[in-house]
Design a protein around this ligand. Structure first.
Ligand SMILES: Nc1ncnc2c1ncn2[C@@H]1O[C@H](COP(=O)(O)OP(=O)(O)OP(=O)(O)O)[C@@H](O)[C@H]1O
Ligand SMILES: [Mg+2]
Length: 164
């Protein structure tokens, strides 16, 4: 049985990305894993910054992707574990660094370039693939674990007017 559902939405501009991320951060729970994929500059870090805000992470220091940081933890209502796996080659690198333990701790993991960890991600995750459309518009292809996310996805779509 397929335990995943898919959805598509368009974020028309930065404001919609901010709104979407904020709501996502507000409904995040301990142990959540949110995977962000898409090309360089698609908006993964930008979306992570709004998720951080929704998690109650302080505005300073800002959530960024510094050149050599693969992992950064921030304190909020629950911790944010922010990963940028771009520089890793695959799951073996993630395991070698012991990073996978953060996928099941009390915070919310947000993983940029989650494809690098594909085989070792927990089943219960939300995956968002961002694609640049025209200008500030971003297409978002979503796949979520039904048991873990369907109810929350419904409330998210009810609160936002940006879903098709
Ligand atoms: N609707 C939008 N959502 C997100 N970012 C947007 C949007 N419109 C414009 N942008 C801009 O696109 C850029 C996205 O950069 P960002 O660093 O978030 O990308 P990224 O996916 O994290 O890239 P990388 O793979 O290099 O980490 C930013 O300059 C941001 O301001
Ligand atoms: Mg980034």
């Amino acid at each position: 049985m397929n335990q995943y559902k898919t959805a598509h939405l368009t974020l028309k501009n930065l404001g919609e990305t901010a709104k979407f991320g904020l709501l996502l951060g507000k409904l995040a729970r301990p142990g959540d894993v949110i995977c962000l994929d898409g090309d360089l500059g698609a908006g993964k870090t930008t979306l992570t910054q709004s998720i951080a805000k929704g998690l109650g992470v302080a505005a300073e220091p800002p959530v960024t992707s510094p050149s050599f940081a693969i992992f950064q933890e921030y304190q909020g209502r629950i911790p944010l574990y922010h990963f940028d796996l771009y520089r890793l080659h695959g799951p073996d690198d993630v395991l070698a660094l012991g990073l996978e333990e953060y996928f099941s701790l009390a915070g919310c993991a947000v993983i940029e370039w989650s494809g690098r960890a594909e085989d070792i991600l927990p089943e219960n995750h939300l995956r968002l693939e961002l694609r640049v459309a025209a200008g500030e518009a971003r297409d978002v292809f979503c796949r979520y674990h039904e048991e873990g996310w369907a109810a929350r996805w419904r409330s998210l779509t009810q609160e936002l007017s940006i879903f098709e």
